[in-house]
Design a protein around this ligand. Structure first.
Ligand code: URA
Length: 422
């Protein structure tokens, strides 16, 4: 077998054989297939696609490239959630302790942000003392003890995806349904969760810009999970405007704490509860009441245990950026549009995200929203507040926001953040 014949086959729109797929993933993981060869193959897959059978084999080969975790010794059922990535998507933070408070074990292996979407680990690292890295035995210990863990995936889990994702990120080959589905599901299946709920984002701030593509991605991932014995469902949710009122690391932790205290923005609470119900149903805990767990403080108690178990101080003040800049509403009227991608880009340019994976992020940087689409605003009132430690970044963040919002006469908006279920 050789890389050139595999690349040529996909370039000429042929289906790859099982043997070709197994060989190319294994040889790439071992370094025998070079990055430039794999990037040519990834581009051919992006342009010509893969059949469901090819995607299934590609995913199985990526799982086989590393270790598989096993949570069967735990006495509770396991449930996990994965979001395809959005702006202001802090849902994992209130959701993991909430679902654990309702009786499930939540092994949430999360990532860092790259580009305009934030990463859960970057958000949690704004809590003084909190550490993302855990050994597998320590992860099991915390799960058995308190039920929820949010930590970095170890290097042993789907190493083929780790290499391939980094390569796709710099070769314009992220936005491919076969490659996204196999990347996400290889990690989740190798992680060993018993059930999985996928939050597939749709809109300007997401990889999938329209409902049809999002449905196809969701159906592909649900089929992959189900075939590997993981009870998998998906919600398609709106990402045309940021989720909640904040995009940025410490800003989003603060908002998550409001949700855990029984408050918080309506869309964040609605999505947290919708995903919690899906996870609890999939874990066989349909009688649990997540609304009650938010109201009676048990989800917040669980959060405090989860943060302390990883060295964090749940009572420490969260960092604030040194400088703020207010963006006023241009006129009186209804805010009809506030674009998710533009806000994500502005937060990233303010220092909340990174351009290369080794770059540091600013804990306090980001964008705070003072109104959501559908709400009335008055000329001159604060519409957005930009936060950063490095005020020379305000100009490029403001450039990202040019044309990103409109104030005018009200237009019809979806009544729920959840657009569909697969
Ligand atoms: N998240 C992943 O883990 N992989 C992708 O390909 C896209 C989003």
């Amino acid at each position: 077998m050789d890389a050139i014949s595999v690349i040529r086959a996909k370039r000429d729109d042929q289906a790859l054989t099982d043997a070709q797929i197994d060989w190319v993933i294994d040889a790439y993981t071992r370094g025998e297939v070079a990055d430039e060869q794999m990037s040519a193959l990834a581009m051919a897959i992006l342009l010509n696609g893969m059949s469901r059978a090819e995607i299934a084999r590609w995913t199985a080969a990526m799982i086989a490239s590393g270790e598989r975790m096993d949570f069967s010794p735990l006495s509770r059922p396991t449930a996990d959630k994965h979001s395809t990535g959005g702006v202001g998507d802090k849902i994992t933070l209130p959701l993991a302790p909430l679902v654990a408070a309702c009786g499930a074990a939540v092994p949430q292996l999360s990532g860092r942000g790259l580009g305009h979407t934030g990463g859960t680990l970057d958000k949690l690292e704004s809590i003084p003392g909190w550490r993302a890295t855990l050994s597998n035995p320590r992860m099991m210990e915390i799960l058995a003890d308190s039920g929820a863990v949010i930590c970095a995936a170890g290097d042993g889990l789907a190493p083929a995806d780790k290499k391939l994702y980094a390569l796709r990120d710099v070769t314009g080959t992220v936005e491919s349904i076969p490659l996204i589905a196999s990347s996400i599901m290889s990690k989740k299946i190798a992680e060993g969760t018993g059930s999985l709920v996928l939050d597939v984002k749709v809109g300007s701030g997401a990889f999938m810009k329209n409902l049809d593509d999002a449905r196809e991605l969701a159906a592909t991932m649900v089929a992959l999970g189900t075939d590997h014995g993981v009870r998998t469902t998906a919600l398609l949710t709106d990402m045309s405007t940021p989720l909640g009122l904040t995009a940025g690391n410490a800003l989003e932790v603060r908002e998550s704490l409001h949700v855990l205290a029984g408050g918080g923005p309506k869309d964040v609470v609605e999505l947290t509860l919708a995903l919690a119900r899906e996870m609890l149903d999939a874990a066989g805990l349909s009688d649990a009441d997540p609304e009650k767990a938010l109201a009676d403080g048990s989800a917040m108690d669980q959060w405090r245990r989860m943060i302390s178990a990883q060295g964090g101080d749940p009572d420490a003040p969260l960092p604030l950026a040194r400088e703020q800049h207010m963006v006023p509403a241009p006129t009186d009227g209804t805010l009809t549009r506030l674009d998710a991608y533009a806000v994500g880009l502005a937060a990233w340019r303010l220092g909340a995200g990174r351009a290369r994976k080794e770059d540091p992020v600013q804990a306090g940087a980001g964008v705070e929203l003072h109104a959501k689409p559908g709400e009335e605003v008055v000329e001159g009132q604060p519409l957005l507040t930009l936060h950063t430690d490095t005020p020379e970044r305000f100009d490029t963040a403001l450039a990202a926001l040019e044309g990103a919002y409109e104030v005018g006469t009200p237009t019809a908006r979806p009544s729920s953040i959840v657009l569909d279920r697969v």
